[in-house]
Design a binder for this molecule. Sequence first.
Ligand code: DQA
Length: 149
Amino acid sequence: MANLLVIHGPNLNLLGEREPDHYGYEKLEDINRRLESIARAAGHSLECFQSNAEHALVERIQSARHECIAFIIINAAAYTHTSIALRDALAAVAIPFVEVHLSNVYRREPFRHRSYLSDIALGVVAGLGPLSYDCALRAILGMLDRALP
Ligand code: DQA
């Protein structure tokens, strides 16, 4: 059994009501419940964490190193494009992570094209709406399967 951590950055608590053209209508709670149940069905545990505060996200990533977290799925939201602190935290804990975005950031404003995370991520999934999270999780479950004897 592996422990998985999903981290959501600022404003993702408003999913479902926030700019649905970009982010869809599914609420964060519903995404979280679905991911937890997919992980549980595969025999793993998955915890979700959301914060609007950069320091809280950094602290949650730092705590992961004492919790035997095998993989992180992170949608750092706007901090993707600004936060060297989040990048440093992810590099420091050295837990493999998948960067996720609901929207296709490359079809949007140029300031969203830069990510401080992508080049140290295991992979990036963007533009598939809430299914971006599912894709990241399915890929991780596939990797866990292959690592098992
Ligand atoms: C986002 C894309 C970011 O540019 C934006 O700031 C978000 C959400 C996405 O999931 O598409 O808040 O990460």
